[in-house]
Design a protein around this ligand. Structure first.
Ligand code: SF4
Length: 478
């Protein structure tokens, strides 16, 4: 399913489509009343937590110390272009777009996936950060985390004097350097409620760049909590977006993949005696991935589905189906609508990039169209980029994930790259020099086009040591 909203192409000065979110406001008493027939577990604490989070979000919006709006100021847009932190307007990638995503030099043909790179949510977040810096030239500006998972963007922000708040060994943020009147930017994947509360109490101005699609997931888990459902979140429990989502949920449990969801559903389908016998096993398995006081014996009677927006769409859908079937088998069709909640919260941008790689790698049986390798450009801690890398690996195509051109040594024809399993490995004699090759190229949703251009520049230099780069076209000429 999609949101039914056409996403704009990446570019400057985007005006954003609003996700359709239908959440009816309910009072605390209405919420508690509607959930009162449900088993105890940690339900009431969960409802209370969700209500408080919702009420805090509302009060923050009215505080005058909070913004989540773009201003499209031209100077910030100009600066972004100079820094190469967004959509290419005259470089190789822009010129490839004019040639159906294809470029050939010295026997190397590179083919760009149809959807790649910055999504509008990330473009918007970076733009908001540039605007915040421009609007508050005298203020100390902080970011609670990398604004997006891309090293070059974060380096540029640091060069503009934006300070990155340190994370302590226990995972908490060190806000000791944040003072009243400072400006604090929240990243595209959001921030946990507790962090927002803490910062608000310090009297700072908050610039919230949270992607509206991520906020949509928060609305989904809030809705589930207020109805007394436990949110089953498909995501990585330590990922910042999932940490933030969990903070808006009531009772929740996080499953990392389909096998783990199957394990949970098998437990849900067990008889009472087996459930009691295995209860501690469930608590131990999800000890880092569930809400405080999560009680498997009571908290899995009413469930709702939610997700980290960057997980593989097919897997999220399969987990949703599995949960739905599980509740159907347990309670029959007449109770399904009250026992299971789902709302489509998968980000189309992530899915479009994955689909485009499937398409790009879809002709391996044809020797004329097959790719010799894939290059995936994106931050090493970017979840959506790792999924793009997975596709190439899954199809048996040599696939090289790099976060920036510095990983490539053109003279030595070698590179350091990461596998989807997280290993950093070196490949020597990387680009064959004695035959024509076809390389598929894509980049994660937090990767500016300049990063792709710099990597391809190195590839061409390996084949042609005299290569001096593709001349930029003036942006106005496009
Ligand atoms: S990948 Fe999707 S959810 Fe994430 S910032 Fe981009 S548009 Fe938003």
């Amino acid at each position: 399913m999609t949101f039914g909203v056409a996403l704009p192409a990446t570019g400057r000065g985007v005006s954003l489509p609003r996700p359709r979110v239908a959440v009816r406001a309910q009072s605390a008493s209405q919420v508690l009343e509607s959930a009162s027939q449900k088993p105890a577990g940690s339900r009431e604490a969960g409802i209370q937590k969700a209500l408080e989070a919702r009420s805090f979000r509302r009060s923050l919006g009215k505080s005058g110390q909070y913004t989540k709006k773009l201003t499209n100021d031209p100077e910030s847009l100009q600066r972004m272009d100079e820094h190469g932190v967004g959509y290419s307007r005259g470089g190789l990638v822009a010129q490839m777009r004019e040639r159906e995503g294809r470029w050939t030099h010295a026997g190397v043909t590179v083919l760009l996936a149809e959807a790649y790179g910055f999504c509008w949510g990330v473009e918007r977040a970076v733009q908001m950060a540039y605007e915040a810096r421009h609007r508050h030239p005298e203020a100390t500006v902080h970011i609670t985390n990398e604004i997006i998972h891309n090293p070059s963007v974060n380096v540029r922000l640091a060069e503009m004097g934006v300070r990155f708040i340190e994370t302590r060994a226990d995972g908490s943020k060190d806000f000791s350097g944040v003072e009243r009147g400072d400006v604090v930017i929240l990243p595209a994947f959001g921030a946990a409620v507790a962090e927002m509360r803490d910062l608000h109490a310090r009297g700072v101005k908050l610039v919230d760049t949270t992607c509206p699609w991520v906020s949509k997931v928060w609305n989904a888990v809030d809705n589930q909590a207020r109805k007394g459902h436990t949110s089953v979140i498909h995501g990585k429990w330590a990922h910042e977006e999932t940490v933030a989502t969990a903070s808006f949920a009531g009772t929740y449990v996080i499953v990392k993949d389909l096998p783990e969801a199957r394990w949970l559903c098998d437990y849900m389908l067990a008889d009472d005696a087996e459930k009691k016998a295995r209860r501690d096993e469930v608590v131990a398995r999800f000890q880092n991935a569930c809400s405080a006081g999560f009680e498997p014996l009571a908290d899995l009677e009413f469930v709702g589905m939610a997700n980290q927006t960057t997980m593989l769409k097919g897997e999220t859908q399969a987990i949703g189906k599995l949960l739905e079937q599980t509740q159907l088998r347990r309670f029959g069709p007449e109770q399904l609508s009250t026992r299971f909640m789902v709302m489509d919260t998968i980000c189309d941008a992530t899915q479009e990039r994955q689909d485009a790689v499937f398409k790009l790698t879809g002709a391996q049986a044809d020797p004329e169209a097959a790719l010799d390798m894939m290059i995936v450009v994106g931050g090493f801690n970017s979840s959506n980029t790792s999924h793009l890398q997975e596709i190439g690996e899954m199809k048996g195509i040599p696939s090289f994930w790099v976060d920036c051109a510095d990983r490539v040594d053109a003279e030595a024809n070698s590179l350091w790259h990461k596998t989807a399993h997280g290993e950093l490995v070196q490949t020597r004699d990387w680009i064959p020099r004695d035959k024509s090759i076809r390389i598929g190229v894509t980049s994660g949703a937090s990767t500016p086009d300049r990063a792709v251009e710099d990597v391809l520049d190195k590839v061409f230099r390996i084949r042609d040591p005299g290569f001096t780069g593709v001349p930029r076209k003036p942006a106005e000429a496009q």
